[in-house]
Design a protein around this ligand. Sequence first.
Ligand code: PLP
Length: 390
Amino acid sequence: MNKLDFMTTELNRLKSEGLYNAIRVLESPQGSWLKIGGKSVLNLCSNNYLGLADHPKLVEAAKETLDEYGVGPGAVRSIAGTMALHKELEESLAKFKEVEATLGLQSGFVANQAVIPPIQADGIFTDALNHASIIDGVRLTKSQRFIYEHNNVEDLAIQLDKGKDLKRKLIITDGVFSMDGDIAPLDGIAKLATEYDALLMVDDAHGEGVLGDHGRGIVNHFKLNSDQVDIEIGTLSKALGVVGGYVAGKQVLRDFLEQKARPFLFSSAVTPPDVAAAIAAVKILENDDSLVKKLWDNARYFQGAMKDIGFDTGKTQTPITPVMIGDAKTSSEFSKELLKEGIFAMSLGFPTVPKNQARIRVMLSAAHSKEDLDFGIQKFEMIGKKLNLI
Ligand SMILES: *Cc1c(COP(=O)(O)O)cnc(C)c1O
C-alpha cells in the first residue's frame, strides 16, 4: 500500500465513468483560432467574449508598464502592494460600473471568498446553481444556508420567509449562469431583497462586457443600481481579457472590505502589467460599444442557424450557447468528432450539468468572423447528422 493509492483509485473511477478531464494545451495566443497539437482549430471554448485577450492596446499598455514598474507586485495590497495603478483601475471600474467604489482582488474566484465571510450574515440565500466560488465562499461562513430553486423568485420568497426572523440576511446569485446562459431575474430578486431587508449580491462574471449599455453588466441591464444591488462581483479575466477580480458598490463596502477581506490582506496584489492591461480594457469599453454589438450579432447569427438546422440551444439568453445532446457519451463523442474536423468545443456532462442533459457548450466571441461561424455551423450540421441527432 502506498499513501497516494487513493488518488490513483479516484482517477481510475473518473476515467471509467467518462468524467476524466483531459486538459488541452494551447500552442498559440487566445483568439478565434487556436493551435492545439500542431493543428489549427476554431475556438468555441474561451470566455474571451470581446477578443480583448490579445488586443494591441492591452498588449501595449502591459509592455509599457512592464518597462516602467517591473514584473512583481512585491506585497499584499494592505502593506506595500497598492500602486497608483491599482487605484486608477479601481476608479475607472467604479465609473464604468456606475458605483461609488470598487476594490480590486486577484480573481473573480477570490473576490467571492473575500466578500462573503466578513459580512457575517445570519442567513445566506443562494441559488442552487451558483458558481463554485460562491459555494466555497459560503462554506467559509457559519451562516445558516437557504438554497433556493434555480432562478425561482417564488421559491426565494419561501426561503426568505423561513428565515425572516434572522437579523442579517444575504441573497447571492450569479448574474448569467455559465452552463445554460440564462439570466438571473435580478429585478424580482431585488424587490424581495427590499421587502425582506436583505443584502443583495450578484456575481456578474459572465455579464460584464456582455449585458447592459457598453457591457456595463447585469445591474445596468435591469436598470437597477447599488441602492438595490449592494454588492457586485466582477472578473477581469473573461470579457475584459486580462486576469483579476473586483467588488463594486458603495464606498462603505470598499472601506469595510479593505480592512476585512482576507485575500486582500493576506495574498499579493495583481501584477502592474495586468493592471495596466485591465485599465486599457475598461477604456475601450467606455469609449466604444462596437465589440459588444459584434458579440451579440455573432450570438444571434450562430444560435439562429443552429436552431434552423434542428439543434436545441436550451434556455440561453446570452452568447453562451449550450447545444443540448442529452447522453454524456454521445456528447463527448460529438466533441471529439468536432476536434477532428477542426473545432474546439467542450462537452459538459454530469456533475457539471444534470444527468442526461449533457451538452456541447459553445462560447461565442466578437473575435469570430462570419466565415468562422459558418465553418462551425457546417461542421455541427455534418456531425449532428452523422450521429443521428438532427
Ligand atoms: C468564471 C467565474 C468566476 C471566476 O472568475 P476568475 O476571475 O476566473 O477567477 C467567478 N464567478 C463566476 C460566476 C464565474 O463564472
